[in-house]
Every structure is written in C-alpha cells, then in structure tokens.
Design a binder for this molecule. Sequence first.
Ligand code: NAP
Length: 299
Amino acid sequence: MPNRQDNLTPVTVIGLGLMGQALAQAFLRAGHPTTVWNRTAAKADQLVAQGAELADSVQDAVAAGPLVIICLTDHDAVHKLGESIADVLDGRVLVNLTSGTSQQARETAQWATGHGAVCLAGTIMVVPQQIGTAESLILYSGPRSAFELHQTALRSLGDAAMYLSADPGLSSLYAGAGVSLVWSILNGFLYGAALLGTAGVDASTFDSFAQQYIATMTGLLSGYAQQIDEGSYPAPDATIDTHLAAMNLLLHESETLGINAELPNFFKTLADRAVAQGHGSDGYAAMIELFREPPALKP
Ligand code: NAP
C-alpha cells in the first residue's frame, strides 16, 4: 500500500459490492491499513492490488482491527452474516452502512451491542463515485463516543460526515426525509418539463428557470419549520384555499394539453382533504397534519 500509514487506525471493510469497494478504496487512499472480506472473494482483487489485505474468513476480517465497516445489500444479509461473526465482535466498533429502515438499524445495533460491540448506524446519501470526495455525505447515529473515537477514519469517506444522535435509527429516518425531497423535486421538474414541452420549450431551457425558482422556494422553509414546531399555521403568504385554486388551474391545464395529470391531481387530493378538515384559511404548512395521519383504510 503506497500511502499506508501504520499510525492510522486499521479498518476492516466487509462487503465489496459497488459501495463497499468505494469505501475500501477511500480508506486505502487515506493511508489506513485496510482489511477486506467479501462473500465472492474475486471482488477483492483490485483492492488487494492497491494494498488491501484480503482476510481468509469473515471472522479473521473482524478480528483484524478495532473498526469494522459492514456494507451489504440489506439487513437480512447482515443478520445472516452476523451469526458467523457474533463471537468475534466483542470490543469492536461496528459501523453498519447497509441501507434499511430505522427499526432495522435499531435492531442491528441492539444485536451488536448484545455481543459486546459498539454499533454506529450510518446512511450513505451519495453514489460510490462520490465517496471520499467533497460531495460525499454520510449520516451517522449511535453512541457519540464511537463516532468521535473514529471520526478521522470515518472522514476518509467524506469530510462532511454528519453525526446526528444517539438513536441508531435516526440516520435511516434522515435518509427517508432526504429522498422525499429528492423525489418531490425530481418529479416536479419532470412534470414541469413535460408541461413546457407542449409549447416547444426544451428541458435545458426550463433547467435554468427551475434552479432559480427552487432557490426562491427554499427561502420559505425556515418560516414553515417554525410554524410546524409551534403548531400554528398563519398565512402571511397564501392560504391553502389559494393553493387549491392554483392546483385546479394546473389540473385543468394538464387535461386540456393532454399530458399526465396524476401529479397535480395528487396535490389537489391532499389540499381537498386539508380544506375538508377546516384548514382552507391556514397557511400551507398546515398540510403537515395530513402527513402525520396514518394511511386511510381502504374500503
Ligand atoms: P451491491 O453492489 O449489490 O453489493 C452487495 C454486497 O452485499 C456484495 O458485497 C454482496 O456480496 C453482499 N451480500 C449480499 N448478500 C450477502 C450475504 N447473504 N452474505 C454476505 N454478503 C452478502 O450493492 P451496493 O451498491 O454495494 O450497496 C450496498 C449497500 O449500500 C446497500 O444497502 C445500498 O442500499 C447502500 N447504498 C448504495 C448506494 C449506491 O449508489 N450503490 C448508495 C447509497 C447506499 P457478493 O459480492 O458475494 O454478492
């Protein structure tokens, strides 16, 4: 390993799929002595050529150092593999970067703690190509002391590593909140491009307007956040009734132009319910009350 620095914490990476390989490479680039293991051993070849140690068994991999990163397909895979490493976990910090629900993250943390490990749950918010770069963002939750102890190593994966809370489920919940923003913005952009496309406006032309308008809209978030936290929804900008009128116009426009109206119809369905519940003269932040409800029972 050309850059290996033996004063840095040795790291083990278990799971060398697309993401695991990127994680191991980032540790190698940062100079950490890096041990790897994967069910399909051939996926370690390139990493070994770059200086990683390939452990003979998953137990040897865990035993190789104090910091063990696990990144598998899902929590079922972690639990299956977990049975074979339970006896060697004692005293290690296990960083579980496998995607899952908040409940799965809490269960895995509880299981690891039961075998003497300290478990940090992490959620990766970027693609493998961004790991170790300035754009990399990984969210961590679990014992703060474990994050602080290993933050130099963890920051090899991205300097913007963010510690959230002692609750190991919180990083998964933040990921859910993050992707809800992603899908809302992307679907809004794609619908807008389809709408403008009916008048011959290409998506690249829409792009510059969209970026400017998204920035304007994010300016509203802090005021809405304050209203949600206080539980009161005055309407200094526009009431839900006013939004609903605009949604009806957009729905009519879509139907007239012959483009898919599901997205504006979904917005209108929610706003109709808010109005039926007496929120018509409230500000838009009152819609939070709908999102807090359990799903309606199907007849
Ligand atoms: P991947 O390329 O499909 O790799 C999956 C890994 O899990 C492989 O190393 C595979 O081993 C291993 N695995 C699956 N079942 C196993 C089992 N029963 N026992 C042992 N090993 C098992 O997936 P990935 O893209 O690396 O994603 C890994 C995790 O990162 C997922 O939870 C994913 O949601 C998360 N993530 C990925 C991205 C991304 O852009 N790729 C972004 C954010 C988060 P084999 O090689 O032997 O099959």
